[in-house]
Design a protein around this ligand. Structure first.
Ligand code: HPA
Ligand code: ZN
Length: 379
């Protein structure tokens, strides 16, 4: 067990820097594609009985708001706006040129979720898509920080809609969902305190609220200001996650580890720090990698720069995730296919990735064992 971690100041590599050049994304079988400006649901012609789809797996880095498609946005507009906007206007909201633009697009989508019924619709559609990809469990970020800061409204009433969808998903699809309340780091610790304390307050009644996290722009705020709040959340029985090393160097990852984050979102820049790689390997800190996301936001400029395969080969605890699938034109199945077709992961490697996703989840041990057994016996 390590005590304090050193802070390193490594010059950002192009992969961690920013550039508005849009990256050509992987397109393993000529599906999906297009720029974020022309968002379509991913419609890959995948063999429905493919190994990847049949693999029981978990998605651990998925934002509820980022699953809302332009089609659903049009429906939401019909519920609330005096003049319903059309598909092209909905698609226009998904335009972004870089990471900052992506955060604004995410905010714009979130602003269209206004009632409990809206959250229920978004969560139910998300659940259906997950189940269709062989996902058996998902731990889903919900941006409570955006609701408080931008919408200035209470979150509990909205949450009841999500819970209705969760219960339905469990009974009709056999899919379990946990919620992670996500704060926006650049809104500062006081705003994050509201989010984390709400999670702590609601958790006894809603055990599906399993943890907390911080997203947003690391270039504006590191992890350190959240140290006491993370300790408080842990005391309340919440599990700790953090987006880290997505837009900044390894110091962002050291910072997240230092405040007790158990699972790291993105962790792109660890590759630049051998000592950090050693700590991540030794402690088997689960990494929630999101390849399409990193390419779409420009956090990683070229597919060949992405550290997925190097992390895996170095024995790190790697999981694959889709982050904001509607904004990034991806889904979990697509991320597995990218690993297979562009990073040369074999079927056994994919099984290991799926197995990591179950092990790194916050599920109880018995359920993990049950899923892992199914996973191991899959042919
Ligand atoms: N990073 C930072 N903030 C976010 C993300 C992300 O991947 N998704 C939604 N908000
Ligand atoms: Zn994210």
């Amino acid at each position: 067990m390590h005590g304090l971690y050193r802070f390193v100041s490594v010059a950002l590599s192009p992969a961690a820097g920013f550039n508005t050049r849009r990256t050509e994304l992987f397109n393993p079988s000529g599906c999906g594609g297009g720029s974020a400006a022309t968002v379509h649901p991913v419609t890959c012609s995948v063999d429905p009985l493919s190994f990847i789809r049949r693999l029981p797996k978990a998605e651990l880095h998925l934002h509820l708001e980022g699953t809302v498609t332009p089609e659903t946005l049009v429906e939401l507009s019909g519920r609330h706006d005096s003049v319903q906007f059309g598909l092209n206007e909905a698609r226009a909201l998904f335009h972004y040129a870089d990471f900052s633009g992506f955060l604004l697009a995410f905010k714009a989508v979130t602003e269209h979720l206004r009632s409990a019924d809206d959250y229920e619709l978004a969560a139910w559609r998300m659940a259906q898509r997950l189940a269709g990809q062989g996902v058996v469990h998902a731990e889903v970020y919900v941006s409570v920080g955006v609701v408080y800061y931008w919408r200035r409204c209470e979150f509990e009433p909205l949450f009841l809609g999500m819970e209705r969808a969760r219960l339905r998903a469990e009974s009709e699809l056999g899919l379990t969902l946990y919620w992670i309340f996500d704060a926006v780091r650049h809104f500062g610790p006081d705003e994050a305190a509201r989010v984390f304390r709400k999670a702590a307050e609601m958790r006894p009644q809603f055990p599906s609220i399993v943890g907390i996290g911080i997203g947003g722009d690391e270039r504006r705020t590191g992890a350190e200001p959240f140290r006491d709040l993370y300790a408080e959340a842990r005391e309340a029985g919440l599990r700790l996650t953090a987006h880290a090393g997505e837009t900044v160097g390894p110091e962002g990852i050291w910072g997240a580890l230092n405040i007790g984050a158990e699972r790291l979102g993105h962790a792109l820049s660890a590759i630049h720090d051998p000592e950090l790689m050693g700590v991540l390997a030794e402690r088997q800190i689960p990494l929630e990698l999101c390849v399409s996301s990193n390419l779409r936001t420009g956090c990683c400029l070229r597919p060949e720069d992405h550290p997925l395969r190097r992390y895996f080969d170095a024995g790190l605890m790697v999981t694959l995730n889709s982050d904001d699938p509607a904004l990034f034109l991806s889904d979990l199945e697509h991320e597995y296919r990218i690993a297979q077709e562009r990073f040369a992961f074999t079927q056994e490697h994919l099984r290991e990735l799926a197995s990591n996703s179950i092990e790194a989840s916050f599920l109880p041990a018995e359920r993990k064992v049950e899923i892992l057994r199914r996973l191991e016996s899959l042919e």
